[in-house]
Write a protein that binds this ligand. Sequence first.
Ligand SMILES: Cc1cc2nc3c(=O)[nH]c(=O)nc-3n(C[C@H](O)[C@H](O)[C@H](O)COP(=O)(O)OP(=O)(O)OC[C@H]3O[C@@H](n4cnc5c(N)ncnc54)[C@H](O)[C@@H]3O)c2cc1C
Length: 326
Amino acid sequence: MAEASEPSVLVVGAGVIGLTTAVVLAERGHPTTIWTADPPDQTTSMAAGAVWGPYLVEPADKVERWSLHTLQVLKELAEVDGTGVHIVSGIEASRSADEPPEWAKGLDDYRAAQPDELPDGFSAGVYFSVPAVDMPVYLPYLLSRFEAAGGDIKLRTLESLTPAFDQAEVVINCSGSGARDLVADESLTAIRGQLVSIENPGLVDFFSEDTGESEDLLHYLPHGRTVVLGGVAIDGNWSREPDRATAAAIVERCASVCPAIGTAKVIDHRVGLRPTRPMVRVEAERTQGGFVVHNYGHGGAGVSLAWGAASDVHELIASSGSTLTR
Ligand SMILES: Cc1cc2nc3c(=O)[nH]c(=O)nc-3n(C[C@H](O)[C@H](O)[C@H](O)COP(=O)(O)OP(=O)(O)OC[C@H]3O[C@@H](n4cnc5c(N)ncnc54)[C@H](O)[C@@H]3O)c2cc1C
């Protein structure tokens, strides 16, 4: 339970970044409230696939630290029932025999894929095991853990951070792509993603193509009874509506590698806006209104960075110490 000696905190946002940060702070004794424009199940985070892997995100040194921290936490959560986290094995493959991604090399079971494991048209690949996160289970798990630590959540849309400064000693800005308007960050853009969720036709392993800079992605990820198919990465597109032609193309790409996908029942279409800026922003700022710690702009890797970034937020509050005055 929260102890009154720790500064009170208001977290703006209830995606994976806001919820994870709120869990960390509430469990470390900060009286913590979340204000969010959307409930967790209507956020970009809900749309994510999701699998661990630092994708579309900088700066490299912090991303490596945050992602390794998060990898460890997700592995631990995979041991716990009801978290939505599980370990999945599979292949990331390439049609052009490129070097495998650096970040994959430290993963469990990492090895070169055998030629007979690769679909037609692919020349190289690597096999590894990695945490996968079923977001419709994981976000409610994070919310219940936050509430169990004494946290409170309210639906509220902010035009600026001013009302938040009146509510708590520290404001944490976890507004994702909303930060573009909320704190006038013009460096932030959306990279639109769309996925299709289907009934699992019996898949156990994931598959992902290294598609380089292409807008069209090819990956599928089983979560027990469902499989999530991807995807797209469309820079500067802010539409949150599923596009029918995009969905059909995603199914067709995945079925070209795994034909059983082509006849499986479609359950759901998911769309999210990857909040992308040149660098993820995790930093403290003392404004005229009050003390804010920003934690947004995690691009295509928020699920993979959340625990590490939240730990840095806690450090930034702790190191501000007694100077935390409004
Ligand atoms: C299709 C797709 C697949 C992905 N796959 C993966 C993956 O496999 N692995 C991975 O690590 N990452 C993945 N990502 C990226 C990941 O989903 C994002 O990095 C992450 O969800 C960002 O989380 P967030 O909490 O910052 O933003 P969001 O989830 O968008 O949450 C932002 C929150 O802020 C609130 N908010 C915004 N503005 C305001 C305001 N003015 N007032 C009050 N509240 C406000 C919103 O209501 C919301 O609650 C994927 C993304 C997409 C779209």
